[in-house]
Design a protein around this ligand. Structure first.
Ligand SMILES: [Zn+2]
Length: 356
């Protein structure tokens, strides 16, 4: 979850958004399709923005390049898998993955190995907290410590567990520098990343570069039926678009449909930035009698829209002639509603349904 203080006009956010040109060149050298380049650049920005409190700001350029390269690579892999499974995809919308049980078995084994690599005390506390549900207060009593110190220790143990888990699956790293670098990324320890030159290590070390992705982007693994994105600056539009797309995919929409929904979300988010300066977008999964869909609510406390009919007229773009504006968003979605009060604010409610 991204909190209001989290995405704002801080210098690192601006620096990340300014990397757009660099990323376009990096991705453009590897990918022909312009739309795919845009998508990968946007996704890279969204991931960096989400992870930026955990990354050493002085190495944000290397982090950006490595993230973009990883995304290009995973896109190729996906395209490749798509080709190999084309016949199966044609048969059914929900292809069976025959390797699933094997994967699960491997993953369970990796967790066991990773737990073994923790110090006994670290392991005991982590297990008591995660498995037995003990809170930090009662653990602190047992350990003659403080809840804050226990929470910090849990954070470090988790970070270590994530690294050891990945290494158990992928094999031992090629250099002695790798494990500490991965650990500093996993822990979000920016000081340590700086000491180790972690960003530059990733540029040179293919192993760590490909391992870094799940460590950066733990957010993407968490699934939620609802996301709430505060919207105040342009960077938030990118985040809203990205998070909206994730929820749409989770609701069962195809990649193309999810892009349509993400586009509508970025249009109304952009309106908030331009006119209201501060607002919020909520994206929620809906289910209704065999159908599923997403509900998007964009709320602001801006000046309001005096003439809604005019604002919704086709060809009427509310800002500078760019983008699709409100009429475009309405066209992209199934249901669309605006309520607005001059001087008080505007709420846009949009729904898209996905029929099985
Ligand atoms: Zn390495």
């Amino acid at each position: 979850m991204i909190s209001p203080g989290d995405v704002g006009g801080d210098p690192l956010t601006e620096e990340i958004v300014e990397l757009t040109g660099l990323l376009r060149r990096v991705v453009g050298r590897r990918v022909r399709d312009r739309e795919a380049v845009d998508d990968i650049v946007q996704e890279t920005l969204a991931r960096l923005l989400a992870a930026r409190t955990r990354l050493d700001g002085r190495a944000i350029g290397p982090y950006a390049i490595v993230t973009a390269r990883n995304l290009v690579k995973s896109q190729w892999q996906r395209a490749d898998v798509g080709k190999r499974h084309e016949h199966r995809l044609a048969d059914t919308r929900d292809p069976v993955r025959p390797d699933e049980p094997l994967l699960e078995q491997e993953e369970a084994e990796a967790i066991r190995i990773a737990l073994d690599r923790l110090a006994p005390r670290e392991r005991d506390v982590l297990v008591a907290h995660v498995v037995e549900g003990r809170d930090t207060g009662s653990l602190a009593d047992d350990l003659a410590s403080t809840p804050g110190a226990v929470a910090a220790q849990l954070g470090r143990s988790r970070a270590k567990l994530r690294v050891e888990y990945i290494l158990a699956l992928e094999g031992e790293p090629p250099t002695r520098q790798c494990r500490p670098v991965l650990l500093s990324l996993s822990a979000g320890d920016r000081r340590r990343q700086g000491e180790l030159d972690a960003g530059y290590h990733l540029l040179d070390c293919d192993f760590c570069a490909s391992m870094s992705e799940p460590l950066f982007d733990r957010r993407a693994k968490a699934t939620a039926d609802e996301v709430r994105i505060p919207v105040t600056v342009d960077a938030d539009v990118v985040v809203a678009r990205q998070r909206g797309r994730e929820v749409a995919v989770q609701a069962g929409f195809s990649a193309t449909e999810a892009t349509v929904i993400a586009t509508a979300i970025s249009e109304i988010s952009r309106n908030i930035v331009r006119f209201a300066r501060r607002g919020e977008v909520t994206v929620t999964i809906l289910t209704d009698d065999g159908a599923s869909g997403v509900l998007v609510v964009a709320q602001d406390a801006g000046p309001g829209i005096p003439d809604i009919d005019l604002a919704l007229q086709e060809g009427h773009t509310t800002y500078g002639g760019l983008g699709l504006g409100l009429p475009g968003s309405r066209r992209l979605m199934d249901e669309f509603e605006i309520s607005s009060e001059v001087g008080r604010g505007t709420t846009v409610t949009m729904t898209k349904w996905h029929r099985r």
